[in-house]
Write a protein of this length. Structure first.
Ligand SMILES: NC(=O)c1ccc[n+]([C@@H]2O[C@H](COP(=O)([O-])OP(=O)(O)OC[C@H]3O[C@@H](n4cnc5c(N)ncnc54)[C@H](OP(=O)(O)O)[C@@H]3O)[C@@H](O)[C@H]2O)c1
Length: 375
């Protein structure tokens, strides 16, 4: 039996991970879970999955008493849970950087981390290598590339990630007038708010380029993105002899989560199979420069590297928050990110503390910049 710890269990990936675990009774068990604002859901999950531990965010209020499940609190408890000898695999699905230290600690302890949280790879990719533990990428595109490279990694010419293009791929209207509801209605995936907005601006694919650079050690010029609205093909690897391998599945995050949780075995998780004879159309288009300003900004940040990557992530996250709270329009997200990145000068990001401090500074700069230009 593998003991699985699901950090961010109340979110979109966390819920999908719990569903996958419940499809493998006797093989996978929920050992610990953690969430933040959705406390009632977290308690419901405790009642349903009966984990040994649950971590609530914030301070211990002394109010939570649950039979047979130990209640823990705050970031240090995430680290405790993710490094316990009994923990076999950690699903890191906490949005943002709240799970950064915990991810580094669990990798240092030699744990396997099924890593969904791309912010951690974008900002701290340079701190992830050389650790005892193993990273299994959950993001469907990276999971696809991992599946190919894990079996065969010599003679690789380049890798290609697919992008659905989000809700505004062929949109002709005014992006300054689109509502949060329109932005959050992704045509293929049901995801958390930030990643949904990022998919609409294509910042998400930019972050994924950076993620691929750190996860696969392929040079920056050899990582490509193609638009593929059906989101059935997740990634391609081209080899030097002209052959290209691709990984396909129904677009549902539970496939890649199932792959990670059962790795290195392949196990049926009882979900529908992709019926190849019914695929009517698989289309691919190149992403032209200027089509998605956020994607271009991410490519530029990847070229510069270093602290520009933390600055990019923080600026975008804060701009997305401002859009969701109604203080800026959708089309101002790239404008704000560009203005803040334009002023950024390289700083040291050698430790998690450096990264978290820069993240805070950039967020303040985003708010100040918006006040200056947009109010
Ligand atoms: N959704 C996808 O299809 C997908 C695909 C690929 C990669 N990812 C990546 O996976 C990560 C999660 O995405 P998501 O869509 O699942 O986001 P989400 O639905 O917003 O879920 C985020 C999770 O993080 C938890 N959380 C936030 N701050 C926390 C803290 N301080 N302590 C403990 N838990 C905390 C949230 O708890 P509460 O809800 O209780 O506040 C929630 O469980 C992101 O980095 C995203 O980029 C997502």
């Amino acid at each position: 039996m593998k003991n699985v710890v699901v950090l961010g269990s109340t979110g979109s990936i966390g819920k999908a991970a719990l569903d996958v675990i419940s499809r493998h009774p006797g093989k996978l068990s929920v050992y610990g879970i953690a969430g933040s604002r959705h406390k009632n859901l977290l308690i419901k999950q405790v009642m349903k999955y009966r984990p040994r531990f649950v971590v609530f965010s914030g301070e211990n209020t002394g109010k939570n008493r649950i039979e047979k499940t130990e209640c823990l609190y705050g970031e240090e408890s995430l680290e405790f849970l993710a490094t316990l000898p009994e923990t076999d695999i950690v699903v890191m699905a906490i949005s943002g950087l709240a799970g950064l230290r915990c991810t580094l600690k669990s990798l240092e302890q030699g744990k396997t981390v099924a890593l969904a949280t791309k912010e951690i790879v974008v900002c701290a990719g340079h701190l992830l290598s050389g650790k005892k533990g193993k990273i299994l990428p959950v993001d469907s595109e990276h999971n696809a590339i991992f599946q190919i490279l894990d079996r065969e990694n010599s003679g690789v010419s380049d890798i290609t990630l697919t992008a659905s293009g989000g809700p505004f791929l062929n949109y002709k209207g005014d992006l300054g007038k689109v509502s949060a509801k329109q932005v959050l209605s992704h045509p293929v995936w049901k995801m958390g708010k930030r990643i949904s907005v990022d998919s609409a601006t294509m910042m998400n694919k930019g972050l994924e380029l950076i993620e691929a650079f750190y996860l696969f050690g392929v040079s920056k010029e050899n990582i490509n993105v193609v638009l593929h609205p059906q989101a059935v093909v997740h990634g391609f690897v081209r080899f030097c002899d002209g052959f290209v391998k691709a990984v396909l599945s129904i677009p549902d995050m539970r496939y890649s989560i199932n792959y990670c949780l059962n790795y290195p075995e392949r196990t049926d998780c009882g979900m529908s199979e992709l019926d190849i004879s019914r695929i009517k159309d698989l289309s691919f288009y190149s992403v032209k420069s200027g089509m998605f300003p956020c994607f271009d900004l991410a490519k530029e940040a990847l070229k510069k590297g270093g602290s520009y990557l933390t600055a990019l992530n923080a600026a975008d996250d804060e701009a997305v928050r401002m859009f969701l709270e109604g203080s800026i329009s959708f089309d101002r997200i790239p404008v704000l990110v560009e203005k803040v990145l334009g002023k950024h000068r390289e700083v040291c990001v050698d430790t998690p503390d450096d990264i978290l401090a820069l993240d805070c500074q950039i967020r303040e700069q985003v708010r100040a910049t918006a006040d200056l230009f947009f109010r």
